[in-house]
Design a protein around this ligand. Structure first.
Ligand code: DAH
Length: 346
């Protein structure tokens, strides 16, 4: 090939490259075409092979032409790449963010009011040394009734509208009192427990639900007296409902305690004020909060505890009722409806 022809060819390769480069917009494409022209087997390199065949005098001119084309290609690649970077930067800068849009907050959840009540009650009794005991929600007739002094046809069973399971072989516990039985059968005195948990009764109105929560207390030791029971419940009422509130005991019957009592506390909604129109205590200034009493020796015997040596007290409270009395909630269904407008208030 003549020198002129070679140089023309080189120049037209240079032009061809420039044209192709102009159409590209990604670094990968640009690197690819650069390799197709300048790479070892590239089109420009292929022409270099021709140079060896030229007269030595011409090689210098041709070499210079090669360098010019190569430098031109390399230079235009660099220029093109920096143009791409600059364009991307400009696009980045031009993007507008509306900082006035409200952020998306993710609200942290919190424990359900009933869980809070349960935890707080457990903590307050814990201050007095009571430990948590638990039992299953499906119980035997023996643990739920028999051992607690409810004989088979005892009328007190009628008050505990029971759900039976497995054709009467088991039942859904109607109270947390069977945890007393389980604990006494498995542990030796001194026993000092609280047993929170779900219980079930066929009962459904604004203040009753077929499932609800109770917390049971049991203390068995030498020389336990009724005044100990009074001290424990008074401490609880003062800590949970208000320092200024007093409690009173009204004689009542539960098969597993003797004497047995219903425990009232002063109504925290009208304490010290006008109670005549109080919707919580209905003008009586007292509200019922628990059943309690001294554990009947028959129950201790049923649970193999020496009645000559040990006495004890027990009490039971409704968790929903505690929440309703503390926060003035009038319908028990609020606790189970999962309405955030209600739940987020606590
Ligand atoms: N278990 C009773 C109920 O659910 C409440 C109760 C009353 C528990 C007296 C006690 C107690 O421990 O001594 O109606």
């Amino acid at each position: 090939m003549a020198t002129d022809a070679l140089i023309n060819k080189l120049n037209s390769l240079g032009e061809e490259f420039a044209e192709a480069l102009a159409a590209l917009s990604s670094e990968q494409d640009i690197r690819e075409i650069q390799a197709r022209f300048l790479g070892k087997k590239g089109r420009v390199s292929a022409l270099m092979g021709e140079m060896g065949k030229m007269a030595p005098d011409d090689r210098r001119t041709i070499g210079a032409a090669f360098n010019k084309v190569k430098d031109g290609i390399a230079g235009s690649v660099e220029a093109k790449l920096s143009e791409l970077v600059a364009r991307a930067d400009a696009a980045d800068l031009a993007r507008t963010i509306d900082v006035s849009l409200p952020g998306r907050t993710r609200s942290a959840g919190h424990a359900h009011l009933l869980s809070q009540v349960r935890e707080e009650a457990v903590a307050i009794f814990g201050e007095l040394g009571f430990e948590v005991a638990e039992g299953p929600q499906i119980e035997t007739d023996f643990n739920n009734f028999e051992a607690l002094g409810f004989a088979k046809d005892h009328p007190a069973r009628d008050e505990q509208d029971t759900f039976f399971v497995d054709e009467g072989r088991f039942l859904l516990r109607t109270h947390t009192s069977p945890v007393q039985v389980r604990t006494m059968l498995s542990e030796k005195p001194p026993i000092k427990i609280v047993a929170p948990g779900a219980v079930y009764r066929r009962d459904d109105d604004p203040t009753h639900s077929p499932m609800f929560g109770q917390i049971e207390g049991l203390l068995i030791d030498e020389q336990v007296r009724f005044s100990d029971l009074k001290g424990v419940l008074l401490h609880f009422v003062k800590r949970y409902f208000g320092e200024e509130l007093d409690i009173r005991f009204r004689p009542s019957f539960f098969p597993f305690v003797e004497p047995g009592a219903e425990v009232d506390m002063q109504c925290s909604f009208c304490a010290g004020g006008d109670s005549s129109s109080c919707r919580v205590c209905k003008g009586t200034t007292w509200v019922e909060i628990a059943g309690a009493g001294m554990v009947d020796p028959v129950v201790l015997e049923n649970c193999k505890i020496d009645t000559e040596r040990y006495t004890g007290f027990a009490f039971g409270m409704g968790l929903e009722r505690m929440a309703m009395l503390r926060h003035g909630v009038s319908d028990i269904k609020n606790f189970y409806e999962c309405d955030m407008r209600f739940l987020t208030q606590f």
